[in-house]
Write a protein that binds this ligand. Structure first.
Ligand code: GN1
Ligand code: MG
Length: 374
């Protein structure tokens, strides 16, 4: 799905942007959608940048439902920032209208494109470098949870059914192992055994949800660290991006995916597993930031914050491994065994989180107590 520059110009000209298109280039971030940054020259001569993105329709079967969700969430957040005056660093995500009055345009072949403002003066990180960034990332996603807490759960559509249903992800892996469509099972036996030994981990949160002990909320569902824009000068989190998977879910999916992508100094696809580590001070700052940003967590959510990191690391490990065994049909890959490498990194992190679970629990318990008292 590589689009050439002319194609981007054509798409960009469908949107209500002042000035002339100058250039567009692909931004290689994310494993799913295709993203481009385009520069426009305004009549005054100054230049501005915009983000154009084509929704991956293999993954998002109903891209219009994705757009309805994203529109509702961006509007609500903008309303809340104006009326409730929550300080979010001054920039929010906005969609630009297109010809025909919708917030998307359709390209050749029916692809659904949208245009966002470029968040100025910021960058994203794949690896957290210090406790300040960890705190900020936690705070940004905690605030996001808080900001969307008053959207009616019924108003947001489930665009990828059972997205974080870990038992279903596990069952799917078992099916693919049985079918072994690419003959790769024998190359991943240790990883398969590791996951099988943890089947009971997969059901815990879903059971608590079904028993009414964990509330279903509107959640982001893809809170990896490179989905938060960080100010390059102040290291402050400015804005949460990538709202495609906003759906009804559990807050713990979001915190869990933050743990997965924040605590380790190794990349998601690091091949040297000795680099995968759970950095305690980073976890502490992340948890503090998240809890400072989000007031609405109930006791059962707080009690499972630590567990959620292990669960989501295992779940994403299961998904990468499933994709490897199926022949790399879902996540974009750049090298052979890329998905197997990614799975291994996640599983190593699960091990690390298990080893340090007690210390993490102690910290969260202390933090929660202090917050109740204070
Ligand atoms: C995908 O698009 P991206 O890279 O932000 C995936 C997430 C995974 C993540 C792993 C819709 O997110 O669920 O956690 O890769 N998104 C979808 O890096 O499947
Ligand atoms: Mg994403």
């Amino acid at each position: 799905m590589i689009e050439d520059e002319n194609h981007i110009e054509e798409i960009a000209n469908e949107f209500a942007i002042a000035g002339e298109f100058v250039e567009g280039e692909e931004v290689y971030s994310g494993h799913i959608n295709s993203t481009y940054m385009a520069t426009f020259r305004k009549p005054s001569g100054s230049k501005s940048q915009y983000i154009f993105q084509r929704i991956n329709e293999k993954v998002f079967k109903d891209p219009f439902a994705v757009m309805r969700n994203v529109e509702m969430v961006t509007r609500h957040i903008n309303w809340k920032v104006l009326r409730v005056k929550k300080d979010l660093g001054g920039q929010t995500l906005n969609l630009y209208p297109a010809r025909g009055g919708r917030f998307y345009a359709q390209g050749d072949g029916g692809g659904v494109w949208r245009c966002y403002n470029f968040i100025e003066g910021c960058k994203t990180y794949d690896i957290v470098e210090n406790t300040r960034q960890a705190y900020q990332a936690g705070h940004a996603f905690g605030s996001f949870q808080d900001l969307v807490s008053d959207i009616d759960v019924e108003d947001i559509e489930e665009t990828i059914p059972d997205f974080h249903d870990t038992p279903k992800r596990y069952a799917r892996l078992m099916e693919v192992i049985d079918a072994d469509p690419c003959g790769r099972v024998e190359t991943a036996q240790a990883e398969i055994d590791f996951i099988r030994a943890r089947e009971d981990v997969t059901t815990k949160l879903i059971t608590l949800r079904d028993d009414g002990k964990l509330p279903v909320r509107i959640t982001h569902n893809d809170t990896k660290i490179n989905n938060v824009m960080i100010d390059t000068e102040t290291d402050e989190a400015v804005c949460v991006i990538d709202l495609d998977t906003v759906m009804p879910g559990l807050s713990l999916y979001d915190f869990g995916d933050l743990v997965r992508t924040v605590v380790s100094p190794a990349a998601e696809d690091e091949q040297d597993l000795s680099k995968v580590e759970m950095r305690m001070p980073i976890f502490e700052s992340l948890a503090e930031g998240y809890m400072d940003g989000c007031d609405c967590l109930c006791d059962a959510e707080i009690e499972n914050l630590v567990f959620s990191g292990k669960l989501i690391s295992l779940e994403i490990g299961i998904r990468f491994l499933t994709d490897y065994l199926e022949g790399d049909v879902y996540f974009k890959t750049k090298r052979e065994q890329h998905n197997l490498d990614r799975a291994r990194t996640q599983l190593k992190l699960v091990e690390e989180l298990e080893a340090k679970q007690e210390a993490m629990e102690e910290f969260v318990t202390r933090l929660a107590k202090a917050r109740k008292l204070g």
